[in-house]
Design a protein around this ligand. Structure first.
Ligand code: LLP
Length: 430
């Protein structure tokens, strides 16, 4: 039976049981539910900062300079971005909206890299005017558009070519991005030509090379494979006169949701930096764009059990969080640990933990052994990344509140959405 007697919870030590009650730092999870209701995303400031610090330590190297660029898409709450900006992090964005969030949170545009396969001219304009550091370009036509937009703004855009290294990251097909059948990146066969052609475009300047092979990757090997291919391309590009200042390795480092054993930031980064130095590229800057591994284990989704429902086939715990609040189980069959906030004695039963949304895909966990009663609070662990950012208003459900715990203090980062807010900008017919 999964997750029955977890002495240590998968995830971060800032989220742990004390005398059979789940705490986030010094605050009992039930106190959060009492103050702000459920469903609510709860983040530990200490856990986010600890993960960020581990990256800073992992980035230390004699000759390679590492630039940390948090992938905003994982959790774009302004306060989360603010914490990381204060620690000196830059940001990896994939939309104009994310850029606006970064700037609103006090991030520096000069430390922003703009990724994404489908940037619009309007987004390019916004990013050029803000002064982002670099555009990670994914196709010749995108490059041509960027050149035109930069000309119109009287600027020169700094560009990295995102190449597709065609490696299998061994992760879920929906979150694997570095295979040649994926839509992402420029094929290796085309990358060198394009690097040469950039010189003909007056308003873009090639400064880097980038790749990103997928997400929730739990071994270093695919990264080393990708890195070797990227370095081969750097060599080929530089033989033709290009000058590559930085190598962006993307994000993707996995976290422990249940029994995974992903490398630490140190175990991930150091072999890559060593390979870069060993191959004679030690004087470059290396960028990394981690998202999940910075915030994933720092958050839980708190939800309350509405009903326990037993059919001849199954026991269901119907809870007040649904697929609209946390879509990862429905979309990727993701298995996140679910625990009761209050641990109590009794014979566990196996539950499917399901939400109120009218879809059979509306489940948060399946076949979990729990001692559970109606009214009990549950916590879906490791929900700090790709949780709230992927939440929707399906079934006209307001999205959850978000709360940050810092020691014994709770701060409401975003109140629960109300129904009125959901239709506030809609218009009735005359
Ligand atoms: N850089 C680029 C260009 C990316 O596309 C991504 C994630 C990242 C960095 C950050 O990757 P991370 O370190 O967070 O793995 N919604 C999915 C994950 C999608 C990831 C998309 N790209 C999930 O819930 O598993």
């Amino acid at each position: 039976m999964k997750f029955l007697h977890l002495s240590t919870l998968p995830g971060d030590p800032h989220i742990a049981y004390r005398q059979n009650t789940l705490f986030i730092e010094q605050v009992g999870a039930s106190a959060v539910a009492e103050a702000f209701g459920t469903p609510t995303y709860v983040y530990s400031r200490g856990a986010i900062e600890a993960a960020a610090r581990q990256y800073a330590e992992a980035a230390a190297h004699d000759t390679v300079r590492v630039a940390l660029r948090y992938a905003v898409k994982a959790n774009s709450n302004l306060a989360v971005l603010q914490l990381l900006a204060r620690l000196g992090w830059g940001f990896d964005i994939v939309s104009g909206g994310e850029l606006q969030r970064v700037l609103a949170a006090g991030g520096q545009a000069g430390k922003v890299v703009f990724s994404g396969v489908g940037k619009t001219a309007a987004e390019m304009r916004l990013a050029l005017d803000a002064g982002v550091d670099c555009f990670n370009v994914e196709s010749p036509n995108e490059l041509a558009l960027l050149d035109r937009v930069a000309a119109e703004r009287g600027k020169t855009a700094r560009v990295a070519l995102r190449v597709n290294p065609d490696v299998d990251a061994g992760t879920h097909p929906y979150i694997s991005t570095g295979l040649k059948t994926n839509k992402f990146g420029i094929a290796q066969e085309q990358a060198v030509d394009l690097a040469v052609r950039i010189a003909l475009l007056p308003h873009v300047q090639l400064v880097g090379i980038a790749c990103h092979i997928g997400s929730q990757i739990t071994t270093v090997e695919p990264y080393l494979d990708a890195l070797d291919k990227v370095l081969d391309l750097v060599e080929a590009m530089e033989r033709k006169g290009a000058r590559i200042e930085h190598i962006d390795l993307g994000g993707g480092l996995g976290i422990r949701y249940s029994d995974e054993t992903p490398p630490t930031a140190q175990q991930w980064l150091q072999p890559l930096l060593a390979r870069i130095a060993a191959r004679g590229f030690g004087h470059r800057t290396v960028m990394v764009e981690p998202g999940r591994s910075v915030v994933g284990n720092a958050g839980v989704l708190l939800t309350r059990t509405l009903f326990v429902k037993s059919t001849p086939a199954k026991h269901f715990a119907v809870v007040d969080a649904g697929m609209n609040d946390l879509i990862r189980p429905a979309l990727y069959h993701a298995e996140q640990a679910v625990v009761t906030v209050q641990r109590r004695d009794g014979a566990p039963r196996r539950y499917d933990i399901v939400g109120p949304v009218c879809e059979s895909a509306d489940w948060l966990a399946r076949d979990r052994a729990l001692v559970l009663d109606e009214g009990d609070l549950l916590a879906v662990l490791s929900s700090g990344a790709y949780g709230m950012v992927m939440a929707s208003n399906y079934n006209s459900r307001g999205r959850p509140a978000e709360v940050l715990i810092d020691g014994n203090e709770m701060t409401l980062l975003r109140p629960r959405e109300t129904a009125e807010q959901l239709y506030a900008s809609e218009r009735l017919l005359p």
